[in-house]
Design a protein around this ligand. Structure first.
Ligand code: ATP
Ligand code: MG
Length: 720
């Protein structure tokens, strides 16, 4: 029977078809990896549009990464003739940014507000702590950052928090001071994007009503990884009119450590009166053996919502297993296999090397470089994190908004222009006393001997701003001008060591600007800077060329490749040592392994090493328990078939002895011990530092609050 919009719906199975054409009410598609969730979501948007049930403005589409958002837009554009760029499809961060740009007044933000990435945020916190004279020994800035972000993700401002112990009270105080500093400087961090949008929407009834009436269809991919605030934000936007169509897989929930709550799936069912989740059970991605391995592995987890997955693709090849003597040998093995695949005609870009932790990429990269195999790294803040690129961006940020203190501090003396630490401290003092930005402090003349040099710096920024305004420069011209006139170019030209590479990166930044398409040309610079901040971590250094894909398992979520290598399958690495003490942590690691396996279409390699350099010394890890959980019938050993784990455990003593760490004196506690804290609840000691005596800080992985460093002088701990 010919269906209307047949070409759109052609090829979908019955369950997929029912999901795509679900009536206009909320739904949850709960289905395993590769069952077509993302495809269903995209097709549903196209179907809603072609059947006239909504217009492009009525759709809000939420994806997990910018890359996924672009992919969805591309696929959508191929299905329906609409301007997908104008549609609200993006990540939570991207969408909230868009919202705040439009309503910056309501949000109390300058229209040029800048986004602090994680590294910027950390330096802003360090600067704040310095100005308040808070010891970063006692309050590690990273811990302060974690505290601030954790609370923001829970929707809590400093003024609603309270604490019995002085340590936490101080953290709350720092949180409040940090927020005040951000407001003063007109900058927002990632967590703030969401919290501020949420607050604006809840406080402003007419605005809320407007958006609730507008977004009649809210569609969310990777729903299992939404956190509490994101869920609240969705609920607020949906209101009484809108419907939420969410797709997800509880077995792929891998962001609990960042506050994601699988419980949101259950809340969605009740809050939106969904009788039954829609299930998709046919897997279209992976060969049978790969799927069987994934299914067998995830069986070891408790409390799953339960799903069946089958494929009619046939068993395919066995899963290849390799146990190397060392990490270097493991990398060499991978390189050899990749070369063999390449000779057989596989495309490099269809091959992925996955690892649990970013640091693991170094050995692999080294081997790849030597073998001259082109590769690309996703998700490691590559291009936009490079020093020279950040310097150039700081100048651009000052052009957009000279009150941006972080940017000013980054480049006020780069290239060196004789503005020393003393002068900067002076500016900071003036800023504090008069409640003005450092830029304003600098304009007012600063103080002392450096006044002339400061005036030169002010004049430089002014002239860049004026040139852009007067000459109506294009974005690329502005970027190129900033690189040249700031002196960055000359500085790197004089750098014999790695100046050449840095200049190439700056050229690449100009290229990026030239190919950037702003939504609103008059606002191109701010948009470009925002895109740079949001995309840091996903941007490709070298585009175009066919290249191997390297990334952490986290970054691989939602993606698929014909061949996948998962390396470093060792206890302590994968599962990661920080998560092994507790069943909950271990189950999250197993879900991560499930994600890794299910990225593969046709061929899967799993490898481990008997020795590895870790934290600067050799370690002798045990083979990962996840390998033992795979049915042997699915495996093919490329190295000698290893002895069973129990036998190896006997001789693999080095891994079993306690780590000879700085944590010899733990103030009476021990690594792995369960403890209870008045505020954070139950947790496990995972690391320690300090001189001993009463100078001990423990890292504790709290079930509810994640990892925190606690100072034993202040924190009240009880054995649990
Ligand atoms: P993940 O949980 O990993 O995000 P997913 O459920 O979102 O996976 P998709 O990425 O949408 O799955 O689909 C997996 C693969 O199967 C894709 O290549 C997709 O094009 C293909 N696919 C999905 N449905 C069908 C179908 N009905 N016929 C053919 N191929 C399909
Ligand atoms: Mg998907």
């Amino acid at each position: 029977v010919a269906q209307p919009h047949g070409s759109l719906l052609a090829g979908l199975n019955n369950e997929q078809l029912s999901a795509v054409t679900w009536p206009n009410k909320s739904a949850l598609v709960l289905a395993g990896a590769g069952s077509g969730k993302t495809r269903v979501l995209t097709t549903r948007i196209a179907w809603l549009l072609t059947t006239g049930q909504t217009n492009p403005a009525g759709v809000l589409g939420v994806t997990f990464t910018n890359k996924a958002a672009r992919e969805m837009q591309t696929r959508l554009a191929a299905m329906v003739p609409v301007n997908v760029r104008a549609m609200w499809i993006g990540t939570f961060h991207g969408l909230c940014n868009r919202f705040l740009r439009l309503h910056h007044r309501d949000a109390g933000l300058p229209n040029t507000f800048q986004i602090l990435d994680s590294a910027d945020q950390l330096s802003a916190i360090k600067r704040l702590m310095k100005s308040l004279d808070v010891s970063d020994e006692r309050f590690p800035p990273k811990a302060v950052q974690g505290f601030i972000n954790g609370n923001k993700e829970n929707g809590q401002r400093a003024d609603v928090l309270s604490a019995g112990d002085p340590y936490t009270r101080k953290l709350i105080e720092l949180y409040a001071a940090y927020d005040a500093q951000c407001r003063r400087e007109g900058v927002v961090d990632f967590a703030e994007l969401l919290l501020r949008s949420y607050e604006v929407l809840s406080a402003n009834q007419p605005l809320r009503a407007h958006y609730q009436a507008r977004f009649t269809h809210i569609l969310v991919d990777e729903f299992q990884d939404t956190n509490r605030l994101q869920y609240a934000w969705l609920k607020l936007l949906a209101g009484d009119i809108g419907s939420v169509f969410a797709v997800g897989d509880d077995d792929q929930s891998i962001y609990a450590f960042r506050g994601a709550e699988v419980g949101n799936m259950r809340s969605l069912l009740t809050d939106f009166a969904i009788a039954e989740p829609i299930r998709l059970e046919q897997n279209y991605r992976s060969a049978g053996n790969i799927l069987a391995a994934a299914n067998a592995l995830i069986e070891h987890n408790d409390g799953r919502l339960g799903k069946k997955l089958w494929t009619d693709a046939g068993d395919g090849e066995p899963i290849r297993l390799f146990e190397a003597h060392s990490d270097v040998e493991e990398a060499a093995f991978i390189v050899d296999e990749v070369k063999a695949l390449e000779r057989e005609g596989w495309r490099l870009s269809d091959i992925a090397l996955l690892y649990r932790s970013n640091a693991q990429s170094r050995v692999l990269e080294h081997a790849l470089v030597n073998a001259k195999l082109p590769y690309r790294i996703y998700g490691g803040l590559r291009f936009f994190e490079r020093q020279e690129v950040k310097h150039a961006l700081a100048y651009l940020r000052l052009i957009a908004n000279p009150d941006d203190d972080n940017a000013l501090l980054r480049v006020i003396n780069v290239p060196a222009r004789g503005i020393g630490a003393r002068t900067v401290e002076n500016l900071l003092a003036i800023g504090r006393e008069q409640g003005v930005s450092l830029w304003q402090a600098a304009c007012s003349g600063g103080a002392g001997r450096a006044a002339g040099k400061l005036a030169d710096f002010v004049a430089l920024i002014e002239s860049l701003r004026a040139k852009r305004d007067d000459a109506l420069l294009t974005l690329a011209e502005t970027v190129s001008l900033a690189i040249e006139h700031s002196g960055l170019k000359a500085m790197y030209e004089a750098d014999k060591k790695d100046g050449e590479e840095r200049l190439a990166n700056l050229d690449e930044l100009v290229n990026a600007a030239a190919s950037y398409m702003p939504d609103e040309p008059a606002n191109a610079l701010v948009e470009f800077l925002t895109a740079a901040a949001l995309e840091a971590g996903e941007h490709q250094a070298e585009a175009g060329e066919d290249a191997l894909q390297l990334m952490t398992v986290h970054a691989a979520k939602g993606l698929e490749f014909s061949a996948v290598f998962v390396s470093g399958l060792e206890e302590g690495l994968f599962p990661h040592e920080n998560s092994m003490a507790e069943r909950k942590g271990l189950e999250e690691e197993r879900r991560l392994m499930y994600v890794a396996i299910t990225r593969a279409r046709r061929r899967l390699y799993l490898s481990c090493a008997q020795s590895r350099m870790l934290h600067g010394r050799s370690s002798y890890p045990l083979r990962s328990r996840f390998l033992e959980e795979l049915p042997e019938a699915l495996l093919k050993f490329l190295s000698a078939k290893p002895a069973p784990r129990a036998e190896r455990a006997a001789w693999a003593q080095p891994a079993a002895t306690p780590r000879p760490t700085r944590s010899a004196n733990l103030g009476g506690w021990r690594i792995g011990q369960s403890v209870e804290h008045a505020k954070f609840g139950l947790g496990v000691v995972i690391d320690a530092e300090g001189a001993g005596g009463d100078d001990v800080r423990l890292a504790i992985n709290f079930a509810e609050h994640g990892i925190k460093w606690l100072d034993l002088r202040y924190a009240k701990l009880n054995p649990a």
